[in-house]
Write a protein of this length. Structure first.
Lengths: 398, 398, 398
């Protein structure tokens, strides 16, 4: 694709009316047309920016970010997306303002949203909590909007929860689409979403879950590989199975990293904590049992250490399709001999894929911006065309 | 009112020239025309935003916020107001930069204000300090402006001090005006500003003081009710008395919540700390006597606990005018059985008034924006008309 | 100068093509024409703002700030500069996101820069680190831009490092140029950059180094005065010597404050830590030797205390040219009897120069904005002229 017309033609061929005035929680709640609309708008926004055309569709308005966890990359991606569209970011720092559940969520959600066009939330720490919290916030602002308290309905964008990481996985996939030359080229491609050893504890499940929940939509052969005991949420495995059936792909599981890598077109080796352990941790936190948490952490690190052979080595990479599968990672990776003694990936593998990995990450701001735009504008194709013909320069007199 | 012309006609009937290039510290320093100008501009700004018309009157410029206390709601209200007008917020976080008094105030005030069009300060913790500090900052930047250091004079907006909470109380009143159908409908209405029990310690006096200092301007019968020993600042009571005389209303005191609620049109039950105790705390802080503060806190909690019967119950609500007085609160409220075991208000009362309470809060960003606009523009009526005829959309192609 | 044409004529007489798409690390890496371009653009931007003409050349885009040290003034100067040009500031708070060296720097630099037009860094704490770190970040984003990861190359602006403080010293000099009536009036003027006593420990060397590295470019007689043992980096002294030879000025050293002040046209008395001690501290930190650091600190405070007579007193001021040399300081100053018992300057001297000192500081946002603009626009003279003729008001309908 090379002109804006290509993107708007594509948009005009898709049905995504349900996205208008709606949220983005989980990729598998969206139709395939809707996912394609996100990728298409993301590409179109990037095209306009590369051509120094402003995409500032908001003259004023706030984008609220709420992070329950430290975050640089997601914070900057959200800030970049908002800025690209003309929204100013306000962080709701929970250190500054205790946010609890129930009545308080409803009230705070409304109090911060008088001029909020979008709310981005990252809440990935506790099983059963993050996604539920986002829906609670969305419910509250929808009611506020209906009751005439809020003049607009703020769109909720899931910036990572306990179940899915849609902005990450949609960016991952847009990268894959570009690398392979189009959505239609992906049918039958083998994807290895595999666990990998890391010396750290308790990495979220949202990436592997998001990947098997999304990549199975495109007719790919998705293999989930992990050592015994590192299962992801069974609900999401069921989603992946159903997706594969519908898209004409497959979803299989193995406990052998070698088997997963064998002839793979794409590999995504990454550490995560076992679902059962995350659930246990959630309960321990709920009970305020900090000794229990420490004990669990020790146990998990010991368990991890039994699987140091789960690493993306040069040897394994050689077994992939033509020896050159596309290596994906959400970053930061634990690189053997660089960021840790033994980690997820050999330094030479990481080095070879650094530029593509950074490029993969570079799609995220556009994905977030596309999600916002599709929720705020009924006719994005016409909007994009008007932006192009108006042609306000992003940088004046460039 | 339903067209912009109504608002600008109203503005043209008012005298508020003194507000230009001036600060907003206390409502009782402003003429009644000036207060009406604030409400009118606030309504006009809301009208324009609801009609998707941009009110971005600043192309660049900073709004500085300085909070001496944690704050989500005020922070977001100020940020929303600035964003609505086109100003970018910069927080002066005192954790990051120690701000002291005297020489340092003068210097810091200038150093942060080179491109500041407005400075919003919340400093409500210590009696005799907050409002004085704001005036010190204002003095410093006025001198800086006169000396040619600052190209503009930053407007100071009191976001809550030890004496008044003008942005809150002006928003409260705009809500009341809308609920009762106009300023002229408020004469003779009975307002019960009453203390209520809360299990927490040391809530500021600025709301009850602000309410009796403002509501007495409108010819209302304002009753201040609290248990023995919970007096507010005597200076502000004197202001309320004088106001009532001039406006044709009344200002009375009682130590019976029932008496205050009897036939009231409006009730505002809310906890606060006794003025004398706040003064004592200020002295203890001044002397660094942290043991003394702990002892005082314990003492006050015990004192509070003797007045758990001061609660806005369904029974009390039934005694108000027609059983349906307008219930006001600045939020967050201590709700019995929800946010605490025993608190300021019954859950069922709060539930019934939730939407109006949130609506009450929703006026604050517009009030702040109106205060800024009235200080920055000599002829706001003409400005608003130009904005309407220019009609730059807030959201492009909406 | 009084019209924009004067500034653009001046610009058209200068050669500064190398500044385009480039960084600003050290003043002595820039030609004298390039420095003059910065001052000229800074003056032009101020002229436009004073005439209520918008200089918002970016419709969207981010300015990233990264401070390794607490900072109010530099933070606000950078925020003001970005806002003036239309960029939104995002702070990379290292508390929120650990930034290390090596691989991590490369990755983080790219991850935060997808939509960053400028990155401002302050890193002045450790000898041999700060400037090196900035160059590492710049290298990383240049590579990212070449590899197609970043659509633009973010400009790096040194907001203070271990070697130079270019935004401060360029602002200092612009103040001097204005006070003396032009660059051509500065030849032969005597400048006393002298150490002064402060009761605090370990103030950075970047200001005295920046001053001797810059003021020697203008044909001035620059004297560096300090007690024995308070040497600055020898490399920078060599820079100053070379500069003086080329510009027709002089660079001399003395260990007598009186000698430096004698007949001086400009005095800049300010505390700093000895270079050798800063190097030692850097090593102690590197080894995690916190006891060693404490011991060093104690030693240095004792050493400082031997030189309390190094103060800018009224007596010393009388010995300057006509008794009225221009007193400079980067602020905040340690004022005797005000901010400390004994400090860098007499209260009466400081009082007399307060307005000029604040004015000196007021140039910094414009200097930073000029550095950004000169890196982003190939033809700034034409740009400025277009801004003037377009004449978008900074404040609407002002």
């Amino acid at each position: 694709m090379s002109t804006l017309k290509d993107y708007t033609n594509k948009l005009n061929s898709l049905k995504f009316g349900e996205m208008y005035n709606n949220d983005f929680f989980l990729t598998w709640e969206k139709t395939f047309d809707e996912l394609q609309a996100v990728w298409t708008v993301a590409d179109a926004l990037r095209y306009l920016r590369e051509n120094n055309i402003s995409t500032r569709v908001f003259d004023s308005g706030l984008g609220i970010s709420l992070f329950r966890d430290n975050s640089t990359r997601t914070r900057f991606s959200f800030a970049s997306a908002c800025n690209l569209l003309g929204l100013e970011v306000q962080d709701l720092d929970e250190g500054k303002s205790q946010v609890a559940h129930g009545e308080t969520v409803r009230e705070t959600a409304n109090m911060i949203s008088f001029m909020a066009d979008v709310i981005g939330i990252r809440d990935d720490m506790y099983i059963g909590k993050g996604n539920a919290y986002m829906r609670e916030v969305s419910q509250a602002v929808q009611e506020g909007n209906k009751a005439g308290i809020l003049e607009q309905r703020p769109t909720l964008v899931n910036l990572q929860c306990d179940i899915d990481h849609p902005t990450q996985c949609m960016a991952d996939m847009l990268h894959v689409i570009h690398e392979f030359g189009g959505i239609e080229k992906l049918k039958g491609k083998k994807v290895a979403m595999t666990w990998a050893y890391s010396p750290s504890y308790g990495k979220p499940l949202s990436v592997p879950q998001g990947v098997i929940g999304l990549f199975t939509r495109l007719g790919m052969d998705v293999v989930l590989a992990h050592p015994e005991g590192y299962d992801v949420m069974p609900e999401v495995e069921n989603v992946a199975k159903k997706n594969a059936q519908q898209s004409g792909g497959t979803f299989t599981k193995t406990s052998s990293m070698a088997e997963a890598f064998k002839d793979a077109d794409i590999v995504y080796p990454k550490s995560w904590a076992p679902f059962a352990a995350m659930e246990k941790r959630t309960d321990l936190y709920g009970n305020g049992d900090f000794d229990g948490i420490k004990a669990l952490e020790k146990e998990l690190l010991a368990q991890n250490a039994q699987h140091k052979d789960w690493a993306c080595t040069e040897e394994l990479m050689k077994t992939t399709k033509g020896g050159k599968a596309l290596y994906l990672h959400c970053l930061p990776a634990d690189i053997t001999g660089v960021s840790c003694k033994e980690g997820e990936v050999d330094a030479s593998v990481f080095d070879r894929y650094r530029d593509p990995l950074y490029k993969q990450a570079s799609f995220k701001p556009y994905i977030i911006a596309a999600m916002i735009l599709l929720s705020k504008f009924k006719n994005p194709a016409s909007l994009l065309e008007q932006l192009e013909s108006k042609a306000t320069p992003r940088i004046f007199n460039k």
